[in-house]
Design a protein around this ligand. Structure first.
Ligand SMILES: [Zn+2]
Length: 214
């Protein structure tokens, strides 16, 4: 009887298709439930937390925030767009967007804490150092940080396009120095004044505004 109950408890249905999940091992240490059809897998909260506890302190310290110029060759799994139910408790899986060139979603059950990874997602998260921080990814604070990073990257790319890489690089270096300098704003003011002075001397013509002849 006990054995029967145990057997029933380990049988879980894939959140992405009608498959039954198969027990498997990830990275030689983490017990996962693998879906042979979609090739995604489930990590229960107990197994994930247990794995985090045995990690050495130095592991997973470095995190790279994702942005839209990353992993150009990665193609999200066709199953990624499909919403699913938690294989353990039946709750709807919440989704957190990972904003790379072609974004994908990590799914997590907010009730039991289990996590679903579609094919290829774990590898990307591992490269970003985010595979140890799945809980954080679902916080609003983290999402705000990613958005901020996204704006920052966009601004840098735009500067590189407008000034060329060489000058843009000077600016980035200068910005890094001035950011930490107690009087960094004085330099910004100086640059701005120089630019203003020149602009007054040689005003740029606005093509949208016809010159008024009195
Ligand atoms: Zn659940």
């Amino acid at each position: 009887m006990n054995q029967q109950l145990q057997k029933k408890a380990t049988k879980m249905k894939s959140p992405k298709c009608n498959c039954e999940l198969q027990p498997s091992i990830l990275n030689d240490v983490i017990s996962v439930q693998y879906c042979p059809e979609s090739q995604g897998f489930w990590i229960s909260s107990i197994d994930y937390e247990g794995w985090l506890r045995i990690l050495p302190n130095w592991y997973g310290e470095e995190v790279t925030l994702p942005h839209q110029y990353m992993f150009e060759d990665f193609k999200p799994s066709a199953y990624d767009s499909k919403a699913g139910l938690c294989p353990e408790c039946g709750f709807y899986l919440s989704r957190a967007k990972i904003n790379i060139k072609r974004p994908f979603y990590v799914e997590r059950c907010m009730n039991c804490g289990g996590i679903w990874f579609d094919n290829g997602e774990w590898e990307i998260l591992e490269q970003l150092g985010l595979h140890t921080r799945i809980k954080e990814i679902f916080s609003t604070r983290w999402q705000a940080q990613v958005r901020h990073n996204q704006h920052e990257v966009t601004a840098r790319v735009s500067l590189m396009e407008q000034l060329g890489e060489e000058i843009a690089d000077y600016i980035f270096q200068l910005a890094d120095i001035l950011e930490d300098h107690p009087h960094g704003d004085a330099a910004a003011t100086y640059l701005f004044r120089r630019w203003e002075k020149k602009r007054k001397k040689f005003p740029a013509k606005n093509p949208l505004k016809p010159e008024i002849n009195n």
